[in-house]
Design a protein around this ligand. Structure first.
Ligand code: ADP
Ligand code: MG
Ligand code: MG
Length: 207
């Protein structure tokens, strides 16, 4: 991962969110307030704009800028949560390039910051249910010496499995938790956008 790839990753997330905006909003209309697609689209459009006239000195600077922009442009819960994740990932990558091990450690810092802010655990039917398995898959590949693209692909596959596994869960955090048992049977919007973020990473690093 280098500075250009980090920027391309953020642009790829923006493109994926644009493409899947209606789906994300539809998922959020079932168990939330029908704004997740709009929130993600607003945030990542603002992030790509913020990166346009910015010459980042490090991989991390791209991601810190992305996180700061998400926090300032998104009103919903997902803005501060993804914002803190990207800021923590970026702070851990204070170098012009990042190898697979460094990126694994950065992703771990991102997950820790989401959990610190949102206090959700695995199984609570949130973005954590896609992020935690994606991180575990990425770490496993990094530890066994796989290249970045292989690790990113494994992470994207695990995020998608985690996303689908939110369907039978009852939400215990966020707006969906207000529905109690009625949240069962619906895929979590934030786990779905997290899967898009990891798929965008896999598609960026193989390109
Ligand atoms: P809001 O719920 O404020 O409208 P969004 O619709 O943009 O915000 O985002 C909703 C998503 O945020 C949920 O699907 C869930 O994945 C995630 N989420 C909500 N609360 C938490 C939390 N405490 N920890 C982790 N993720 C959360
Ligand atoms: Mg919402
Ligand atoms: Mg909202």
């Amino acid at each position: 991962m280098d500075i250009d790839l980090a920027r391309t990753w953020v642009q790829a997330i923006a493109a994926a969110v644009d493409k899947h905006k209606d789906h994300l909003t539809q998922l959020d209309s079932a168990i939330g307030d029908a704004d997740h697609g709009v929130n993600m689209h607003r945030g990542f459009s603002a992030a790509t704009t913020a990166l346009t006239d910015y010459t980042p000195p490090t991989v991390g600077a791209v991601l810190v800028k992305t996180g700061t922009t998400l926090i300032s442009s998104v009103g919903g819960a997902s803005g501060p949560l993804y914002g803190s994740a990207f800021r923590a990932i970026g702070k851990a990558l204070d170098t012009p390039t990042a190898d697979t091990q460094q990126f694994a450690a950065a992703l771990a810092a991102g997950l820790a910051s989401v959990q610190q802010l949102g206090a959700a655990a695995p199984g609570d039917k949130t973005m954590i249910d896609a992020y935690a398995p994606a991180l575990a898959a990425f770490q496993q590949q990094a530890n066994s010496g796989s290249d970045f693209a292989t690790a990113a692909r494994a992470a994207a596959d695990a995020a998608e499995d985690g996303m689908r596994a939110t369907i039978p869960l009852q939400a215990r955090k966020g707006r969906a938790s207000y529905l109690g048992a009625r949240s069962i049977g619906h895929q979590d919007p934030g786990a779905t956008s997290t899967a898009l973020i990891f798929r965008a990473l896999a598609e960026t690093v193989t390109a």
